[in-house]
Ligand binder design. Structure first.
Ligand SMILES: [Fe+2]
Length: 185
């Protein structure tokens, strides 16, 4: 029998979506709208906000809401398996352009969303900052080469990692620090 691996590789077009465990997906929608500019995905069937209607509940569907990024890929906010400690290091990275970092950092600052970095990675041209959502899911904005100030970026192992916990105020659409004011300073 021929090895089909080659053809499987060609069939996969891209990563279409990945799921994010959220304690309250409906609450988290505004976070992902504000931070990533994602929008609740909608097609001829209507918005993909599942597990909320009475008929979906009767089917036992967990709440899961698909949101689409400008670049086309989707994220799925999934109320399942939340509140557990995730395997250490679990995170997802979003690529940004080499000159986008100042604007991205200002954007996170304007929302009160704390982050670590920028940091670079030994043996690569990548520069990253790291941030979390209100459920402690971890994310990265990563530049894959061409960062203008690359030589002055510390290794990620050396970058400062202050506490970055917060809760999300969906009405004000901004992060509220969980830390006492002295700790947050
Ligand atoms: Fe990463």
């Amino acid at each position: 029998m021929a090895n089909a691996d080659h053809y499987v590789g060609q069939m996969i077009g891209r990563v279409e979506h990945f799921s994010i465990p959220c304690s309250d997906p409906e609450h988290s929608v505004s976070f992902y709208e504000a931070v990533l500019g994602a929008k609740v995905f909608e097609d001829e069937h209507g918005p993909h906000t599942f597990g909320i209607s009475e008929s979906d509940k009767a089917l036992g569907r967990p709440i899961h809401i698909f949101m689409q990024l400008e670049c086309g890929q989707r994220i799925e906010l999934l109320k399942l398996d939340t509140g557990r400690t995730q395997p250490a290091g679990t995170h997802h990275g979003f690529q940004i352009g080499p000159n986008d970092l100042p604007a991205i950092m200002a954007h996170l600052d304007s929302l009160g969303v704390p982050f670590w970095g920028p940091g670079r990675h030994k043996g690569t041209n990548a520069v990253s900052i790291y941030w979390k959502d209100p459920d402690n899911n971890q994310f990265e904005f990563v530049i894959l080469g061409g960062y203008p100030d690359f030589d002055n970026v510390p290794l990620s192992q050396h970058m400062a990692k202050p506490p970055i916990d917060f809760r999300w105020d969906a009405e004000q659409r901004r992060a509220i620090s969980n830390l006492a004011p002295a700790e947050a300073a």
